[in-house]
Design a protein around this ligand. Structure first.
Ligand SMILES: Cc1cc2nc3c(=O)[nH]c(=O)nc-3n(C[C@H](O)[C@H](O)[C@H](O)COP(=O)(O)OP(=O)(O)OC[C@H]3O[C@@H](n4cnc5c(N)ncnc54)[C@H](O)[C@@H]3O)c2cc1C
Length: 386
């Protein structure tokens, strides 16, 4: 894909590649083995990312971010995808939802996230409401000018204990032609508030060391100044961000697939059985051909989507197609790489098994493959009234 990138983006790519080599790749085995990123390593990654301009590179320059457009960010995310989320998540890309902050919130939340003084979590998923977002049980009810928040969230992920969470809760119900519909509102909820409990949650075998948290709210009182955006419009806010998040998943999947493909190719060319390299057996060679075609198609889908996003023309179904296509391509590539490596593919001594484990998550988070297919199907049938 690099034959057509601009000089400016080439510089970005060189920066992120050097950063990967020096700051991230040397630590991935240790982090996987430990199941955590030691705090001093995380802080070192943060500090170095600030020095080279990768920290908050996704946000506009007028809020202190790096001002990279979506096409440039896709190149960056593609490179990050070659290593563990546990490591590259320390290079903050604060959620763009925070751009919905009002002036006072920008000072209290957005600016410190850009400078690295604060970290946020995006808290939508609940134990009983994963794919079915509207099944959420978290509520916020009015009490004078304040809101009283109750409920719980789980699988809420980040590199380290956050300073605040962007929490989605139902603030009422609307009657619509399709039946009652929850009004969902986003709130900025500070860690440490009375009634707000946050604990490390389940440990994931993909991206070991990337943490998930469970959040519980028991009559948490939050002021009117903590509402993010407009009451009842939280899902529109979330949706805008989730769309780009799905494209970043696609880009990272392409990066990881490229790394796996390189490993598989080297192995196929050097491992000999029956007196010749296994790549010379058509079963292996054709596998490499299919992996290469899948990656090419996935890269083109990401390129198309970020061009749409840069032009302000990205639709939900575009992002859904990228998410499902790229994550499923990566899973085929990862599985085929294990197959080409044979038994060695599953041994801890080689990184193949780790990348294979890491790949599996991509079909699940940010909306499962099934949910992406629902979004695509809806975009096809709804115009026909079906
Ligand atoms: C490591 C990790 C980090 C995460 N980080 C965050 C985070 O920071 N913030 C956040 O809010 N969430 C986060 N999530 C949650 C993630 O988005 C959800 O796990 C995901 O949306 C799926 O929800 P679920 O796990 O509850 O699965 P479920 O919704 O229970 O789904 C189980 C299965 O049923 C299928 N299914 C469900 N409904 C349908 C349907 N209508 N049609 C067909 N199939 C269906 C699903 O596709 C899936 O295969 C994270 C998850 C993980 C694992």
């Amino acid at each position: 894909m690099e034959y057509q990138i601009s000089h400016e983006n080439e510089l970005v790519l060189n920066t992120v590649r050097a950063f990967m080599e020096e700051e991230l790749l040397p630590h991935e085995e240790e982090v996987d083995r430990l199941g955590e990123v030691p705090e001093d390593l995380g802080r070192q990654i943060e500090a170095r990312a600030k020095e080279v301009g990768l920290f908050a590179a996704n946000l506009p320059e007028d809020v202190g971010g790096g001002g990279l457009n979506y096409s440039a960010m896709a190149l960056v995310e593609r490179e990050y995808g070659k290593t563990s989320h546990a490591l590259h998540s320390w290079i903050a890309r604060p959620t763009e939802i925070l751009l919905a902050c009002d002036d006072a919130q920008r000072e209290e939340y957005l600016a410190p996230c850009v400078s690295g003084e604060k970290r946020e979590l995006f808290a939508l998923t609940e134990p009983e409401a994963g794919s079915d977002v509207m099944g959420m049980k978290s509520t916020a009810r009015k009490d004078g000018d304040d809101w009283i928040l109750n409920g719980s969230k789980h699988f809420i992920s980040g590199p380290c204990m956050p300073d605040f969470a962007i929490v989605f809760a139902a603030t009422g119900v609307d009657e619509t032609p399709r039946g009652p519909r929850k009004r969902v509102t986003a709130f900025l909820v500070d860690v440490g508030l009375p009634g707000f409990d946050i604990q490390e949650g389940n440990k994931c075998v993909s991206y070991r060391g990337y943490k998930t948290y469970q959040l519980a709210f028991d009559d948490v009182r939050i002021g009117p100044d903590k509402m993010l955006g407009v009451e009842g419009r939280g899902l529109e806010l979330a949706g805008k961000w989730l769309g780009m998040g799905r494209i970043w998943v696609g880009a990272t999947c392409c990066g990881k697939a490229e790394r796996l493909l390189e490993m598989a190719t080297d192995w196929a060319a050097s491992r000999k059985q029956f007196g010749k390299p296994i790549g010379q057996f058509q079963a292996t060679g054709f596998r490499l051909a299919d992996m290469t075609m899948g990656l090419r198609a996935a890269d083109l889908m990401v390129t198309d989507a970020v061009q749409r996003a840069d032009a302000g023309a990205l639709r939900d179904e575009d992002a859904a197609m990228v998410k499902v296509f790229c994550s499923e391509m990566l899973n085929r590539v990862a599985d085929d790489t294990v197959q080409i490596f044979g038994g060695m593919g599953l041994m801890e001594e080689l990184p193949v098994q780790r990348l294979w484990r890491d790949s599996r998550l991509e079909r699940i988070w940010d909306g499962t493959s099934e949910i992406q297919r629902h979004i695509i199907t809806r975009s096809i049938l709804r115009p026909l009234g079906a």
